[in-house]
Design a protein around this ligand. Structure first.
Ligand SMILES: [Zn+2]
Length: 324
């Protein structure tokens, strides 16, 4: 309510928007499910946010940024979706097509083979669908119990991410299988993901662009350069086979980037590299082929708007500086 009033007074925050900056948003789930872990943005919030963005920004694809920057009337904004959730097909697609909104989908291609989301999401799915537990322990893979916090789910999400990150894929699969069986869930408890068939149908759709989000969604700092090259080439080849066009965008899994891996990615033929960091891209200050993204998961429209224009991350920074 107060935020709404502030927004009215400040004319939709329009004085805070800058035409020198490129705004890049990163979405994952958009749905009205009652998930606790890895919660999606509610559909109503998403639709209203996109209406706000249409009003104040020029929504473009990455490859248009260089040409348009400096010549445009409104600030440039790019919309991205990571992890290939089926929500894109069921809750996002129709709205975006109707409003003619461009967006990029970054696919971790193993999901197209398994018809299951990446490993971290499978763990969150198990937690979301099982009856509440205080903690989880598996003596084969864990030194200590992970407490399951339903009030601050982020802590539990990070603990499982940290646990799974150094494991080989076969170990991750075994760990998840054991966890699913331990908590009494069926194979079909996992979130639905996009299919190769659906992606192929978008081949001629100029509103949708596709990027690689690796193959099996590992944390790149846990891999050696050979493993990174394999992740990149499997993913790019699969997408290029489906779409019959060059894949030039790469989004780091979990946004985690090491300086030296940027070069490996470029050597594999990717022209645009996406990282996270909840910050805007200032023209001239960053190399134009690397874009930082703002993580969009807010439940409330006002918060989502503040986040998308980079104000919420800035306020958070100021708060941290004051308290520390
Ligand atoms: Zn991801």
């Amino acid at each position: 309510m107060i935020l709404k009033l502030i927004r009215k007074i400040l004319f939709d925050y329009r004085f805070f928007l800058s035409k020198d900056k490129v705004y890049v948003l990163m979405f994952h789930k958009v749905n009205d499910d009652s998930d606790v872990f890895y919660k999606g943005m509610p559909t109503k919030t998403f639709y209203n946010l996109i209406e706000y963005i249409i009003l104040h920004f020029q929504i473009v694809h990455f490859e248009e940024v260089e040409y348009l920057l400096g010549k445009q009337e409104k600030p440039l904004l790019v919309i991205t979706f990571d992890d290939g959730m089926d929500d894109i097909r069921t809750n996002v697609y129709d709205f975006m097509m109707e409003r003619k909104v461009k967006f990029t989908i970054n696919i971790d291609t193993k999901i197209l083979i398994d018809s299951k989301p990446q490993y971290f999401i499978q763990v969150y799915d198990i937690l979301n669908h099982s009856t509440k537990i205080e903690s989880y322990y598996d003596s084969k893979y864990m030194k200590e119990r992970i407490s399951v916090n339903y009030v601050q789910p982020y802590e539990t999400e990070s603990a499982f991410t940290y646990l799974l990150s150094p494991m080989r894929n076969s170990e991750k699969e075994d760990f998840i299988d054991r966890m699913r069986l331990n908590l009494g869930l069926q194979q079909n408890c996992f979130t639905k993901v996009l299919s190769a068939n659906w992606i192929e149908k978008q081949k001629e759709n100029t509103l949708i662009s596709f990027g690689s989000h690796s193959h099996s969604h590992p944390i790149f700092s846990e891999l050696n350069s050979e493993q990174i090259k394999t992740e990149l080439s499997i993913s790019r080849n699969l997408l290029e086979e489906i779409l019959h066009k060059k894949i030039e965008v790469f989004a780091y899994p979990n946004g985690e980037a090491e300086e030296y891996t940027d070069g490996l990615i470029q050597n594999q033929g990717f022209k645009i590299i996406l990282k996270t960091g909840d910050r805007l891209n200032h023209h001239g200050k960053f190399p134009s082929n690397i874009f930082y993204r703002i993580n969009m998961y807010q439940q409330d429209l006002e918060m989502a708007i503040l986040q998308s224009i980079g104000l919420l991350p800035k306020l958070r920074d100021i708060k941290t500086k004051i308290w520390n």
